[in-house]
Design a protein around this ligand. Structure first.
Ligand code: ADP
Length: 267
């Protein structure tokens, strides 16, 4: 995506009625009295890549759980895909990827990634086509019949991503997906994830990470959260065009943005 396009997308967000996520003064108090999130305001439009950074316990997962309707907000207004989170979830437009892969050990990769379609009664021929498509997207088309235990950690994560993509989601939420991977595998998967995101033009990704380098590399905007009660302290534009490759990681401007986000985290 070129810079101009990026700016158009940003402008579009403010004007458009097609916001994927809109939070107005959203707060969450758990039944035990813990205030996990307070006064959170955020808009996410089509085709964005937002990384959430912040110290442990600052409410990142709570924000994700509210967006997916797993837990309800207790303050403010939250709309997801123009409706309530619970309603949005029913339409298969939201998908998740977690750090721990949730693959079924007794199913081969094709059966693992097509399971969501099988549960919805999609015919076998279509399931195979779609399963092959997503496994190809993540570079695993030669492994359709392989069992998860035969795979490395990075490959298992690829399968989890493929399974999330099978429903062609408009919104993909990823909670520290690469946290358990070694640095080389992590960078390879970052590159691949950006490639996939660029191909699926209108898919918006919300991504939690502890790693500021990862956040700057991946994001169109970085959402910085403060410690409890979690607030959105800053939303920082990362105004560099895509595709971003190895050369972006070594550019001086990359370092400057890493510094900017790190400073914001310390405030
Ligand atoms: P993060 O993802 O940034 O690490 P979380 O959203 O998991 O933060 O947690 C935010 C705060 O809410 C923490 O203090 C955590 O202990 C608390 N919390 C999370 N889930 C619950 C729950 N179900 N009941 C009570 N407190 C919770």
């Amino acid at each position: 995506m070129q810079l101009e396009q990026l700016e158009q997308t940003r402008r579009g967000i403010l004007e458009s009625k097609s916001l994927l996520v809109e939070m107005k003064d959203v707060g969450k108090m758990y039944p035990n009295g813990t205030v996990a999130v307070q006064h959170a305001n955020l808009q996410a439009g089509p085709g964005e890549f937002l990384c959430f950074v912040g110290p442990s316990g600052c409410g990142k997962s709570t924000v994700f759980n509210m967006i997916t309707g797993l837990t309800s907000h207790t303050e403010g207004e939250l709309s997801v895909l123009q409706t309530t989170p619970k309603e949005a979830r029913k339409h298969n437009d939201i998908a998740f990827v977690f750090q721990e892969h949730t693959l079924l050990p007794w199913l081969n990769l094709l059966d693992n990634v097509t399971l969501p379609l099988k549960l919805r009664g999609v015919p076998k021929k279509e399931r195979i086509e779609e399963g092959t498509r997503v496994l190809e997207l993540v570079g695993l088309k030669d492994y359709l019949k392989v069992l998860p235990r035969q795979l490395s950690g990075g490959m298992k994560m690829r399968v989890s991503i493929a399974r999330a993509l099978i429903s062609r989601p408009k919104l993909l939420l990823m909670d520290e997906p690469f946290g358990a991977l070694d640095e080389i595998t992590r960078q390879t998967l970052q590159d691949e994830l950006l490639n996939i995101w660029q191909r699926e033009k209108h898919m918006t990704v919300l991504f939690i990470t502890h790693n500021v380098f990862e956040a700057v590399f991946l994001s169109t905007r970085v959402v910085v959260m403060t410690p409890r009660p979690g607030k959105i302290a800053d939303v920082i534009d990362i105004p560099f065009p895509f595709p971003r490759g190895e050369e972006f990681r070594v550019r001086p401007e990359f370092g400057e943005y890493v510094k900017l986000v790190s400073q914001s985290l310390k405030h």
